[in-house]
Write a protein that binds this ligand. Structure first.
Ligand code: ATR
Length: 282
């Protein structure tokens, strides 16, 4: 890739950002497509976010991704946000349309596409989501769109209740429920579920022995999706496989949300296989 005067700038704003894998996958895709872009990671402190977003306009970046901790706060600094970003209250992608900044979220659809790439079309059913933070929200709405009934299970029950209420407001009563991490109630919900998604940080490095629920709850009919990808195989994924369940880590979501962002910026279909290969070869 040759960076020259006309090269269009893409990037990610985060704090921290030095471990981001987005530059690897995006630049691999850019190179494979033979387009004149470069994707750079920018360390942006929370108090500097407004100035950094102004920089997207003033320096005419083609677009940026947002990661922790900017996804919610950035909304105040944009000209428009999509309906999807509005309902989840989070933006991970800014598209610069001649200085007019539009915010979108590709997290939820990235999750869904990656699950369907691995497992085939998901025709709905019952899903239990562990966690009630930003990732849980994006995934819950995407699963709602895909026809799932969604149960939010969270350590802090009030946050689960609030998210379930938002989902019911959007999809109609009875489509979502909430549960704490209490063994009996959660166990009963998981026994009836087709899909289990972990959005908590339990099991993420350095918490290698951590598992977000008692492993006995996992049954062979369950599809398990852990959005954690460091380590590549969490204890949850290991326990799921050993019980005959199908299980995925979070690399697919990372790749597909990035692929969708790249498509929004360039109008070209992103080479998902190239992006996957770039990560495998790290
Ligand atoms: P993100 O935006 O990445 O989803 P977040 O908003 O910080 O992150 O949410 C983290 C989620 O992981 C929360 O649901 C949190 O539970 P609480 O709402 O009770 O805080 C959950 N979580 C984090 N550490 C946890 C732990 N050790 N055990 C159980 N849940 C945990």
């Amino acid at each position: 890739m040759r960076v020259q005067a006309q090269t269009k700038i893409l990037g990610v704003f985060g704090h921290p950002v030095s471990h981001s894998l987005s530059p690897i996958i995006q630049n691999a895709a850019i190179e494979a497509l033979g387009i004149d872009y470069v994707y750079v990671a920018f360390h942006v402190m929370p108090e500097d976010l407004a100035k950094a977003v102004d920089g997207v306009r003033s320096m005419n970046f083609a677009g940026v991704n947002l990661t922790i901790p900017h996804k919610e706060r950035v909304i105040d600094f944009l000209d428009e946000i999509s309906e999807n970003a509005r309902r989840i209250g989070s933006v991970n992608t800014i598209v610069n349309k001649d200085g007019y900044l539009v915010g979108e979220s590709t997290d939820g659809v990235g999750f869904l596409r990656s699950a369907e790439a691995a497992w085939g079309k998901l025709g709905g059913g019952r899903a239990v989501i562990l966690g009630a933070g930003g990732s849980a929200k994006a995934i819950a709405f995407a699963l709602g769109d895909a026809g799932f009934e969604v149960i939010i299970a969270n350590r802090t029950l009030e946050r689960a209740e609030e998210l379930a209420e938002n989902l019911n407001d959007d999809f109609g009563k009875g489509r979502a429920g909430s549960v704490g991490m209490c063994k009996d109630a959660l166990g009963a919900d998981i026994a009836r579920a087709d899909l289990l998604v972990n959005t908590t940080s339990v099991g993420m490095k350095p918490d290698l022995d951590g598992i977000p629920l008692p492993p006995e709850m996992i049954h062979a009919g369950l599809r398990v999706y852990d959005i954690v990808y460091d380590p590549r195989e969490t204890r949850l994924v290991r326990e799921a496989k050993s019980r005959g369940a199908r299980a995925l880590n979070g690399l697919g979501m990372l790749i597909h949300q990035g692929a969708m962002s790249l498509e929004m910026w360039t109008g070209q279909k992103a080479p998902v296989d190239v992006m996957e290969k770039a990560l495998r070869e790290l």
